[in-house]
Ligand binder design. Structure first.
Ligand code: UDP
Length: 470
């Protein structure tokens, strides 16, 4: 409030120095940045390594952590220039190892040498770099523990992904029950799906060499599977990695995310929300990369309209052309209208925190799911691919904080189903337990990161180990 940075930002007496290596994607960078802020509040110096190409696209940069550039071999064009995802990852390994090593050498002469690399296991080569310099290494899994456990068992050959039969029941050790094929991670709509799956499974290939395995979740949320995985790896849950201002409010958050390729939200969204009644708005978003089929967009538009609730729908600019102009007009999805507002991006946390928001219709990306849990918003899930179906299963059956809108045999969720699910979660008696559970988990999420909570203790332990070893 006095305009000065908090004392830990001014402190020169750092206990240790962590080099953070995220995979270069918004939803991988966000949780690692929030974890970094927690470490920094415990007097650990942070340097985040980002590729030159990614840095060029940043619309927002944090003021509280240092950013240094490395190279993925595609400095001008970034990932798109690589031709394929696999080509990108392969070259990143080669060039990234060299440039990361150069960065560590440079920082060694800066008066506060690096002690530890916290890396995204999409980039497992970082372990070798850490070993070469005798540094501590910690893998940071951005997904939840249940999903990591599934990839682990795919790595071990215990289960086969993707499942071959739709109605197959799969027993996953450490998981709460058998799950159906439609609940395990899918890799069906991505070209090169098999190679991506290989990369996910390979996250475990050198995990026996790391000092810590950090997971973006919290103990109370996934006790059973965390206990199970902890017998195999030195697991530490450190989430939710939501900015402190939305949880325990113990940290100074310089900006909500502070590291973004998206434009900050305009006031339009908040002004509109401010004018809606409490718990009256369905917030709809499919995250930063998932694309819907045009037919699905149309069904969604009508489902929202027919549910007769207010709605705030994020349609990214690249998705806009799929919504026919006449439909937009017919539904009057314009900002002046009280029923619906369509925006190309918003500050999701501000929207989820807003008292007008009553439910979240989501693709169940893990960040979105964890944000909804942390802010106590019940969900209608419409998972599309990757780990989203597993997250949706957890939301519906384990935490009981949402419903799943089921696809038909063409893979489309029809308007009637969407309408029915929204009504259940928003207003019907049948949805009461879901709404109550959502509030309960919000409390648990805050407690986990608050002083003495399960994640706070884990972060404390991580820092004291850093200090002992350094
Ligand atoms: N997000 C946002 N504004 C939007 C849509 C998404 O700020 O309009 C953020 C959201 O809060 C979350 C991230 O983008 O942190 C999406 O991550 P998630 O893991 O849910 O999905 P992905 O983008 O990886 O599919």
């Amino acid at each position: 409030s006095d305009g000065l940075p908090p004392s830990y930002l001014m402190s020169t007496s750092h206990k240790a120095h962590c080099l953070i290596l995220p995979f270069q994607g918004q939803s991988h960078i966000n949780p690692m940045l929030q974890f970094s802020k927690r470490l920094q509040s415990k007097r650990v110096k942070i340097t985040i390594a980002l590729t030159k190409s990614f840095l060029k696209n940043m619309k927002e940069l944090p003021t509280s952590v240092s950013i240094e550039a490395i190279s993925d071999g595609y400095d001008d064009g970034g990932r798109d220039q690589a031709g394929s995802f696999v080509a990108y990852v392969t070259r990143f390994k080669e060039i990234g190892s060299d440039t990361l090593s150069q960065l560590i050498q440079k920082l060694a002469n800066s008066g506060c040498p690096v002690n530890c690399i916290v890396y995204d296991p999409f980039l497992p080569w970082a372990v070798e770099v850490a070993k070469n310099f005798g540094l501590i290494s910690a893998a940071f899994f951005t997904q939840n523990c249940a999903v990591d456990n599934i990839y682990y068992h795919a790595h071990k050959g215990v289960i086969k992904l993707p499942p071959t039969q739709d109605d197959e029941e799969i027993l996953i050790p450490g998981f709460l029950s058998t799950i159906e094929a439609s609940d395990v991670p899918t890799f069906v709509i991505v070209p090169e799906a098999e190679r991506i799956l290989e990369m996910l499974v390979n996250q475990f290939s050198n995990l026996d060499k790391v000092d810590w395995v950090l997971i973006n979740s919290f103990y109370e949320l996934e006790k059973q599977v965390i206990d199970y995985m902890s017998k195999i790896y030195p697991i530490k849950t450190i989430g939710p990695t939501i900015p402190s201002m939305y949880l325990d409010k113990r940290l100074h958050d310089d900006k909500e995310y502070g590291l973004s390729v998206f434009k900050p939200m305009t006031n339009e969204c908040l002004n509109w929300l401010n004018h809606q009644p409490i718990n009256s708005v369905v917030y709809v978003s499919f995250g930063s990369i998932t694309n819907l089929e045009a037919e699905q967009m149309l069904e969604l538009a009508w489902g929202l309209k027919n549910s007769n609730n207010n709605f705030l729908w994020v349609v990214r600019s690249t998705e806009e052309s799929k919504l026919p102009k006449n439909v937009l007009e017919e539904l009057k999805l314009t900002s002046g209208n009280n029923k619906g507002l369509v925006v190309s991006w918003c500050s999701q946390l501000q929207v989820l925190e807003h008292e007008s928001t009553g439910c979240f219709l989501t693709h169940c990306g893990w960040n979105s799911t964890l944000e909804a849990i942390s802010l106590g918003v019940p969900m209608v899930t419409m998972p599309q691919w990757a780990d989203q179906p597993t997250n949706a299963k957890l939301v519906k059956d384990i935490w009981e904080i949402g419903v799943r809108a089921k696809q038909d045999e063409k893979g489309i969720v029809r308007r009637e189903i969407i309408e029915e699910c929204i009504k259940l979660v928003m207003e019907e008696e049948k949805g009461k337990l879901i709404r109550e559970n959502a509030k309960k988990w919000k409390e648990m999420a805050r407690n986990a990161v608050d002083e003495g909570g399960s994640s706070d203790k884990n972060i404390e332990e991580f820092v004291s180990k850093l200090v002992t070893i350094s």
